[in-house]
Design a protein around this ligand. Structure first.
Ligand SMILES: Cc1cc2nc3c(=O)[nH]c(=O)nc-3n(C[C@H](O)[C@H](O)[C@H](O)COP(=O)(O)O)c2cc1C
Length: 187
């Protein structure tokens, strides 16, 4: 099973890097699998640490992909890093093992601190739709335009029926990015 999270790593200068990642759990071990090349991969190999942030604010996912920053960071306790100031849970991670692969290595991380900051309010279809559109947006150069368009139309149903302000804002950011991409690439 894969859970969509926000991984925050830091480079050698201590600068934070915020990225959505689907992670897997093997007992207590968190497994992050970045496709090469990846700044997150380089950062974790260099510092041996990262934080995993669980948030229901889907603007963080959409913000990374559209180069906006709708979040604030605060320093963590057990590792020299950052977490989302506003998240439901954050977990501080230390690198346990690297399983090498030419395209997608596995970073196996140990949990050294876990803190809950908010309640899970239940499933929301619009949040799931934004995450799906974020995944599609991160693959615009790999997927046929017809697939992006038909999936976007289907996901729009959940947005129309169940979105709040936050989900609508994130949806608009991603939609604008998709539209701009096709305007540029069909000219
Ligand atoms: C919901 C979601 C999940 C993602 N999961 C992964 C993942 O598991 N592995 C990966 O390499 N990229 C994943 N991406 C793409 C990364 O967020 C990002 O675009 C990039 O590939 C990672 O590069 P970076 O480490 O240089 O930021 C995901 C994107 C989204 C929106």
């Amino acid at each position: 099973m894969i859970y969509e999270t926000i991984i925050i790593s830091t480079n050698e200068n201590g600068e934070a890097h915020v990225t959505p990642f689907g992670v897997q759990f093997e007992d207590d071990v968190v497994v992050i699998s970045p496709f090469k090349p990846s700044k997150t991969l380089n950062n974790i190999l260099s510092t041996q640490t990262a934080t995993m942030n669980l948030t229901d604010d889907v603007r963080v996912f959409a913000g990374v992909l559209t180069k906006r920053q709708p979040w604030q960071l605060i320093k963590t306790n057990q590792i020299d890093g950052y977490r989302l100031a506003d998240c439901l849970t954050h977990v501080e991670l230390k690198l346990l093992e690297v399983r090498e692969d030419d395209t997608r290595p596995q970073l196996r991380m140990r949990q050294v601190e876990k803190q809950h900051h908010g309640d899970f309010k239940g499933f929301n279809r619009a949040q799931a739709a934004v995450i799906e559109l974020a995944v599609l947006t991160s693959r615009l150069d790999m997927l046929p335009p017809e697939k992006i368009q038909s999936e976007r139309e289907y996901l729009q149903i959940a947005i129309d029926k169940t979105a709040g302000k936050i989900e609508l804002e994130a949806w608009v950011w991603l939609s604008e990015k998709i539209n701009q991409y096709y305007e540029k690439n069909s000219a």
